[in-house]
Design a protein around this ligand. Structure first.
Ligand SMILES: Cc1cc2nc3c(=O)[nH]c(=O)nc-3n(C[C@H](O)[C@H](O)[C@H](O)COP(=O)(O)OP(=O)(O)OC[C@H]3O[C@@H](n4cnc5c(N)ncnc54)[C@H](O)[C@@H]3O)c2cc1C
Length: 386
C-alpha cells in the first residue's frame, strides 16, 4: 500500500505537538514530513527572559532535527513559494515539490508594517525570533561609540511583548555593562500600552515602566525609520539608534502565495475544525489561521490550545472519523516577565506583581518547552533510570 503523506509547514507551537505525538503514536499507513525555514524553533514566552539573561539561549530553542529524528519524521529546511492544490503538492523554488494528503500550516505571523522600513540600518524586527538576539546585539554593539550620551532604543508597538522586551532589555544592558547607558522608549498608536489587559494591570505596568525609566509615547503611529531616528505621524522626530519593531501580528507574505481563502487581514480562513475554507485537506493553525466564526487574538496560548484538536482532526481526516471543533476560551492566565526577577500576573480581575509570579511563569514555560527538547528528555529519563 502506498503510504499517505502528512506534511507540516512551519514547526511552531501547534505543529510541534504533532511531531511529539508521532513519536509514540504515529498515524497508521502515513509518513510525516516537516518543512521549516530554520533548524530550530524558538519559544516566544522565553525570549524576553533570554534577552534579560535569565535563561541560556538554548533553553528557549527546540532542535527540530533531533525532534524529527526521534519521531521518525523527515525534516526539510526550505522556503515554500506556493501550493498546487489540484495535484496536492507544496512547491518550492529550490526543492522538489512535496506531495501531501493532509497539510497543516503553522508559519506564525510577522510584526505589522516592518517591511516599509526594512532599509533602515537601525531596524531590528522581533521576527524571525530565531535570529532576534543576534541581530539586536549586533546593532547595540554598533551604537557603542565613544560618547557619554545614552544610546537610544525605540520599541515600536505597545503590546505586552513590547513591554516585556523593554524591561528585559534594561536587564540585558545592565548585565552586559555596555560602555554607554541605554534609554528605552515605547511608541504605540494605541491610547495606552498593554491594550486588552484590565485597567488595573495597565496602571501597574505603566508604574513599572516609569520606575525603570522607560518612556512611553501613545497615540502616535511611527511613519518613518531613519538610520538614527524615527518620525511619528504628527511630524515629530525622535533620536533612535536601535528600533525594535514589535507591532501586532500581520499575515506573513507567504500566505498570499498559497491560493487559499483568507480573512480581511490575510490570515488563512478556517472552520472550527481548523480546516481551510478552500480545501479540507489543508489545516491552518496558530497565528496563521483565523477561525472565521470565532476569531481570537493572535497569541501562543490559543496556538497551544489547538494542539489536541489538530491532532484528533488530522487522524480523523486521514483514517476516517468525526472531527472536533475548537472552541476558544475567552480569558486566560497572563504572565509578563518584568525583567526584575518578578512577573506581572493577571487572571480575571486579579493583578499581582511578585517574585512568585516569575517562578510560576518560568515553571510553566520550561515545562512546555522541555516537552520538545529531545536531549533534555533523554537526560531526565536517564536520571530517572539511575
Ligand atoms: C516577544 C514575544 C513574546 C510573546 N509572548 C507570548 C506569551 O507569553 N504568551 C502568548 O500567548 N503569546 C506570546 N506571544 C505570541 C506568540 O509568540 C504567537 O502567538 C505564537 O508564536 C504563535 O504560534 P505559531 O505556532 O502560530 O507560530 P510560531 O511559534 O511563530 O511558529 C511558526 C514557525 O514557522 C516557521 N516559519 C515561518 N515561515 C515559514 C515558512 N515560510 N516555511 C516554513 N517555516 C516557516 C518559523 O520559523 C517558526 O518556527 C509572544 C510573541 C512575541 C513576539
Amino acid at each position: 500500500m502506498i503510504p499517505k503523506n502528512l506534511v507540516l509547514l512551519g514547526i511552531g507551537h501547534t505543529n510541534a505537538h504533532i511531531v511529539r505525538q508521532w513519536e509514540t503514536n504515529p498515524i497508521e499507513g502515513c509518513e510525516l514530513t516537516c518543512i521549516s525555514k530554520f533548524a530550530t524553533a524558538t519559544y516566544s514566552g522565553m525570549l524576553p527572559g533570554t534577552l534579560g539573561g535569565q535563561f541560556n539561549d538554548d533553553e528557549m530553542r527546540i532542535d527540530l532535527d533531533a525532534l524529527c529524528q526521534r519521531a521518525g519524521a523527515k525534516l526539510i529546511l526550505a522556503e515554500t513559494n506556493g501550493l498546487d492544490l489540484k495535484a496536492g503538492k507544496v512547491l518550492f523554488a529550490d526543492h522538489d515539490a512535496i506531495p501531501f494528503d493532509a497539510l497543516s500550516i503553522g508559519v506564525g505571523s510577522m510584526p505589522a508594517g516592518w517591511e516599509m522600513h526594512a532599509a533602515a540600518a537601525s531596524l531590528v524586527p522581533i521576527k524571525p525570533m530565531q535570529t532576534f538576539l543576534t541581530r539586536l546585539n549586533q546593532r547595540l554593539e554598533t551604537t557603542q561609540a565613544d560618547t557619554k550620551q545614552a544610546s537610544k532604543v525605540a520599541i515600536v508597538g505597545g503590546g505586552v511583548a513590547s513591554v516585556e522586551i523593554a524591561l528585559c532589555l534594561l536587564q540585558h544592558c545592565e548585565r552586559q555593562q555596555l560602555s554607554r547607558q541605554v534609554s528605552v522608549e515605547i511608541f504605540t498608536s494605541s491610547d495606552s500600552v498593554a491594550e486588552g489587559m484590565t485597567q488595573r494591570s495597565v496602571r501597574r505596568i505603566q508604574r513599572i515602566l516609569a520606575s525603570r525609566g522607560v518612556r512611553v509615547t501613545t497615540g502616535q503611529r511611527v511613519t518613518h525609520v531613519g538610520d538614527k531616528f524615527l518620525e511619528t505621524e504628527d511630524g515629530s522626530r525622535y533620536d533612535a539608534e536601535v528600533v525594535i519593531w514589535a507591532t501586532g501580528a500581520a499575515a506573513p507574505p507567504v500566505l498570499k502565495q498559497l491560493n487559499l481563502q483568507t480573512d480581511d487581514r490575510g490570515f488563512i480562513a478556517t472552520s472550527k475544525t481548523l480546516q481551510s475554507l478552500t480545501d479540507p485537506r489543508v489545516f491552518a493553525v496558530g497565528d496563521s489561521g483565523t477561525i472565521v466564526e470565532s476569531p481570537v487574538p493572535k497569541a501562543g496560548v490559543y496556538a497551544v490550545r489547538q494542539c489536541p484538536v489538530l491532532w484528533h482532526n488530522l487522524r480523523a481526516f486521514l483514517l476516517g472519523g468525526s472531527m472536533n471543533a475548537f472552541d476558544p476560551q475567552s480569558d486566560f492566565l497572563k504572565l509578563l516577565n518584568t525583567g526584575d526577577g518578578k512577573a506581572l500576573l493577571q487572571y480575571g480581575c486579579i493583578t499581582a506583581h511578585r517574585r512568585w509570579c516569575w517562578h510560576l511563569k518560568t515553571w510553566i514555560d520550561k515545562r512546555f518547552v522541555s516537552e520538545f527538547q529531545v536531549d533534555r528528555r533523554v537526560d531526565s529519563s536517564n536520571q530517572e533510570a539511575n
